[in-house]
Structure formats: structure tokens, C-alpha cells
Design a protein around this ligand. Sequence first.
Ligand code: HEC
Length: 190
Amino acid sequence: MTIPHSVRIAGLVLVTTAFYGYVGQLVPQREVQPPTETVLRADMTTADMVKVGGELMVGKGLCMTCHTIGKSGALRFPDLEGVATRASTRIPGMSEIEYFAKSLYAPDSFIVAGFNPGMPVINKPPIGLTDQEILCVIAFLQTLGGTPTVTLQTSHAYYTPPGGAPAAPGGAPTNATPTNTTPAQAPVTR
Ligand code: HEC
């Protein structure tokens, strides 16, 4: 007895489908998840912030794609070793915390002597760190030659946390903008 063509074809389709289905099962399944947002606890200690800040500088912040820590010679980007000791003297009258905030929120408003502009605005895309994340980065920068003092309640000219206290000693904001977290960047003439 001969099997009709249509039945053979149907059979072949079934077998082929079953075969590919089986092979598909053998391939390990990997679920692609969006990157997990780091949730920053409001009660983080300064030490916790330093740790998170260091991770952000290598990861999401992309800082270390440009900057180095502890490298000398002819560099395209300022080396950040000991930057905390330089921060308070960069702009006369400006505290270390305020200088760091300025260099992250409005990098082009002050250019380190000997370097070209080119640092991205850190709280805007594509990097887009949050205000809290930037405070963590500032905590880490403070460890580079200094002692970290910021908390998540620290305020500065570019950010005032909800119910935030004035910045730590030496970091009192001079012209805090309470509601607007993205103040106009007043260009500073050099
Ligand atoms: C695309 C390269 C690039 C990336 C990414 C970058 N920077 Fe910069 N950064 C620069 C350049 C160029 C300068 C010098 C020009 C200036 O002063 O704006 C600078 C200056 C600085 C300064 C001032 C240093 C000093 O000696 O006064 C600090 C602090 C700083 N960057 C921190 C950071 C941090 C923190 C990050 C990550 C959140 C970061 N940068 C990401 C290029 C970059």
C-alpha cells in the first residue's frame, strides 16, 4: 500500500518541527534582564557611599574610561590621585564638595589648566547618574587625598536633597537652588 503524498509531507513537517523543538529545548535558556537599578538606602553611611561611588566610577559612571588614579606623564585626562587636596584650591573660595559638584554637573564651566574640555555632564544621558549616585561619587573622590564627609543629606549648589541639611563643614552651599535639580549652567569665563 502506498502512503498518499499529502500524508507523507504532513508527516515530514511534524517530524521536522518536533526535531527542532527538541533541539531548542537543549539550548540553555538565558533570560535577558534590564540592568538592575541600584537602590540607594536613605540611611547609607559615608563609608557605604564611598564603596558605591567607587563602583559607579568604574561602572555606570564610565569615569575610568577617561580618568586614571595614580598615573603620571602626558595624560589626556586629569589623573584623579590626590584630587581631594586640589579640589578646594581650584576655584578661590569654593569648597571641595562644591568644586566636585561643579566638575560633575557643569564640567565645562571650569576647565582644569592643561586639559581640554570634553568631560560629559554626568547627570545627563548617556551617563545620567542620579543626584544620590553623584553624592556617592563625590564621597569616593574625597577619599583621593582627603577624608569623605558627604552623606545623602549633603546639599550643594546643584542639588538640595528633600529635607536636606546644609553641606558638611567646608561644603556649605553658596547659592543653593532648592527646587531645581538641574540649574542653568552659568558659563564661567576663564
Ligand atoms: C569622556 C572622558 C571623561 C569622562 C567619561 C569623565 N571625565 Fe572627568 N574630566 C574629563 C576631562 C577632559 C577633564 C578636564 C577638563 C575639565 O576640567 O572639564 C575632566 C575633569 C574632571 C575633574 C576635575 C579634576 C581636577 O583635577 O580638578 C574631576 C573631579 C572629574 N573629571 C571627575 C570625573 C568623574 C567622577 C567621572 C565619572 C562620573 C568623570 N570625570 C568622567 C574627561 C572625562
